[in-house]
Structures are given as C-alpha cells and as structure tokens.
Write a protein that binds this ligand. Sequence first.
Ligand code: EPZ
Length: 422
Amino acid sequence: MERFLIKGFDSKGVRGKINCSGAKNAVLPLMASSILFNDTITLKNVPLGTNDVKTMVVLLKSLGSKVQIIKKKKILKITNKKKHKLLVKYKYISTMRAGVLVMGALLGKYNKCITALSGGCSLGPRPIGFHLTGFKKLNCKYYLKQGYINILAKNGIKGGLYSFPKVSVTGTSNLIMASVLANGKTILKNISIEPEVLDLIKFLKGGGAKINFIGKRTIKIYGVKNLEGHSHEVIGDRIEAFSYLCTAAITKGKIKVDKINSKYLEAELKVLKNIGCNIKVSKYSIELSRKKKLKQAKIKTSPFPGFATDCMPMLMAVLTKSNGKSVIEEKIFTNRYMAAPELVRMGATINIKGSKATIIGKTKLNGADCISSDLRSTFAIILAAMAAEGTSCIRRVYHGLRGYSNLYNNLKKIGVNIKRKS
Ligand code: EPZ
C-alpha cells in the first residue's frame, strides 16, 4: 500500500500556487442526481483524480448509466439510455459513504431502490435514519433484509413535509433528489446549506426542477414531470483549499490557492487570521502567508456557515505550533480526532476529553512513522510531517487519495520534500 516519506522544512516554508479541484462533496451528489435525467448531463471541473469519483463512476455504471470521461478537460458526461438497476451493492457503500446518495435519485426516478446499509467509518457511526424517515414522509415504506434496505413508494413518491432533527448534508441531498419528480409539493426544514448542497440545487433547477428557499434552512419543491439534461461546472473544493492554506500556516510559508470562491470558507479564514496568518482574498483566489508567531484558538465545529468539521483535523495540526492552550470542540462526529495520536507521536501535546481536544503549544515536532485512518486525518498528519524535524513515513495514504486530487504532485509543487513508496 502506498506510503509517503516527508522530510520537514528546516528553513523557509512552502512556496507556490495550487489550483483547487472541483469539490468532491459537490460532484458526488451531482453524479448521483444524473439518474433523475432522461438525457445526457455534463459535469465540468470534475476532480477525476479522487478515488471517490472513480468509485461513483463504477457504481453508476453498475446501475446501467453510460459514463464518458474526458480526462484532459476534467469533464464527465453521463447518459441514461435504459431503466437503471435498482440494487446498490454493499461493496460500493462500504468503501464510500456517499454511495447512499443514489437512494434519493433511484427513489425519485423509479419509486424504488435496494441499497446496502452503509457501514460505520472511522469518524464514528454513519446512520441514515434521517434519510429513511424523510423518505417515509414521501409515501415510502422500507424494511431491512440481509443488510439491504428495501425502499418502495407503492403508488409513487408523493410530496410531503419533513424537518431534519439535525442538519444532514447527504440527507438533504437525498431528500431533494427524491422530491424533484414527486407528485405534489414537498417542504424540507432544517436542511443543510453547505455550498455543495446549494450546487446540487442550482444544477437541478438548471434542469427544470422547481426548488425555492422559503426560509434560511427551508425549501419548497414542486414535483415536475422530468428534467432536461444540461452542463454544469462543479464548485471549487473549500476543504481542499483550506488544507493547502494550512501548509503555509504551519511551515511559515506563502501559498496562493486559485479557483476557489473565498465566500465558501469565511469562518475558517477568520480563524486562520485570528491566530496570526496574513490572508488576502479575491473572488476566486486566496493567498496566505505567515511570519508572526501563531496564537492559540478556541473553536467549535458546526454546519455551514460555521467552522467545517472537515477542516478541523488540519487546524488541529496547525495549532500544535501555536503558543498557549487551544481548545477545539467537535460537535458533528463522535470520533474525528483520529489524527491526534499520530500528532502526539510526533511530539504534540493534545488531550482529548469527550468531544473536546486541548492542544498545548508551541511544540517541536519530530518525524515519526504514522498511520492515517481517514481522509482528513491524512492531510493533518502530512501537515505535521512537513513542520517536523526529520523524516516521517505515513502509511495508508490511500485514505487521503479518496478526496484529494493530485495530492503528491501538489505537495511537491509547493516545495514539500516528499517521496512515495508503494
Ligand atoms: C457529509 O457527510 C460529508 N460527506 C462529510 O465529509 C462531512 O464531514 C459531513 O457531511 C458533515 O459536514 C459528503 O458530503 C459525501 P451528515 P454526511 O449527514 O452527509 C448525524 C469528508 O471528509 N446523522 O451531515 O454523511 C451524523 O452521524 C466527509 O469529505 C444522523 O444521526 O454527514 C453526524 O453526526 C467526511 N442520522 C451528523 O448527523 C442521519 O440519518 C452530520 O452528518 C444522518 C446524519
């Protein structure tokens, strides 16, 4: 299995520019929603290098979609010539949580689907009760049989009213996809307003769906007969952008991230500014440099527009270089501190108590052998390795390759001393 060998910077930090890829968490629901269309849809700025996109391509093909990849132009064309299969096999869900996103699309199009129950992952249990309760409000019934959820709307999906008990990103996307072709009106309350969900809404409306906000987190959807295929450019990946900005924060370097709308990460940029980073934003690029000492921070993660849980592991790594005591409270997942033990092995002082992590800095980090356990922890460990004295060997980097396109080349491009070993 691929591993990275990273030698820490001994003097000046990263230098250079990164072009942000299309957002993984936007393109996956967009790809799933292709099932709802009778003709071809075209997605541009697709992060073809991420393994989750490759998995979603295989999943859609397994259902009967025709998928054309135009690699050089980062374009995906998806055509539905025939009725899809309605069985989503476990192997597609077990490796990629986002596989659940085809449930809403299959139900929306065919009033039926049989999907493997998604397993947990290292972030903790990944339940889908909100999704299933929402589908019931749309005239669906379901039962679990041998690890597969069988869902059916006998007389077709009917519009209904559903209020999410907690904000759920893929739950919101799933319920929207199940509602756009329904008989009648659906109202969804307490929805996610993550940029990736808004991108899905924009894409579906572009195909003729009738979706309107009637409150900050409330939408009304009138079902339509069918959707017209069209082209859509995937938004930039705000989590990837934040990850690369952190390379300059932790190594006292300077980096520019292009092709990202800075309004998608205002909460996160505010934290980086408050701890001592210089940040310059324009509409589609962000520049960060750091000369001063880093100060402590106290943050809580929350749904957009709050501080993103996906950015938390990378901030935790940066805060090991801050003076004083920083406190992070993770309010979304039960087990998101998987990078902490690896950072501690490199010399960090991090105490975890329940949902809170206390980071005492500033600590000197030393290269060590590390094991990555999930997508964002991989980047957190890479950040610590580039700021450590000596060389670190990071195993199971495949977790990182799920969500970061061209990870190795991008790190090399900004001056990281990195080698990869299979
Ligand atoms: C999405 O996961 C993202 N994945 C995650 O990104 C991200 O961390 C998460 O949203 C939160 O922002 C994709 O978009 C593919 P949730 P999702 O439903 O939709 C609980 C990454 O690193 N919950 O918003 O699965 C759940 O346990 C990945 O790119 C229920 O209890 O997350 C969690 O505590 C990791 N029942 C909270 O809600 C449900 O039915 C938020 O989960 C659904 C969720």
